[in-house]
Ligand binder design. Sequence first.
Ligand SMILES: [Cu+2]
Length: 124
Amino acid sequence: MRQSIAALLILGALAFALSACGGKSDETAGASPAESQTASQEIVIKASNWAFDKPEYIVPKDTPVKIVLELDGGHGIKVPGTDINLGPGHTSTVVTLKAGTYDFRCSIMCGKGHNDMVSKLVVQ
Ligand SMILES: [Cu+2]
C-alpha cells in the first residue's frame, strides 16, 4: 500500500514537471521577433498605364506602415529619401517615415506615358 502511494506521488510530480515545461516552451514560441515589423496601416498604390491611382497618398508620420504596390503593367516606384523601392517581384515593404512630402515617379521605363507617372507621399 505504501509503495503504491509513493508511485502515485512520483507520477504526480512527473506530470507537474512535464506540464510546467510545456508552459514554458509555449511562452518562448510566442515571442516572435517579426512583431516589431507589424504595420498599423496599409497604403495601397495602384500603378497602371500610365498613371498612379491617386495624385497623393496620405501616410501617418513616425508610424510603421505597409506600402503595397498594385501593378497593372510593368511599373515600379522608388521614393527618394526613403527605403521604398518596389516593382515586379517585390511589391510591398514596411517603412516608418518622417513628416514631409516625398515626390516619386515610375521607376521602370514603361512606354510612352512613363513621364506622366508621378505622385507623392504626404507624410503628416
Ligand atoms: Cu514607367
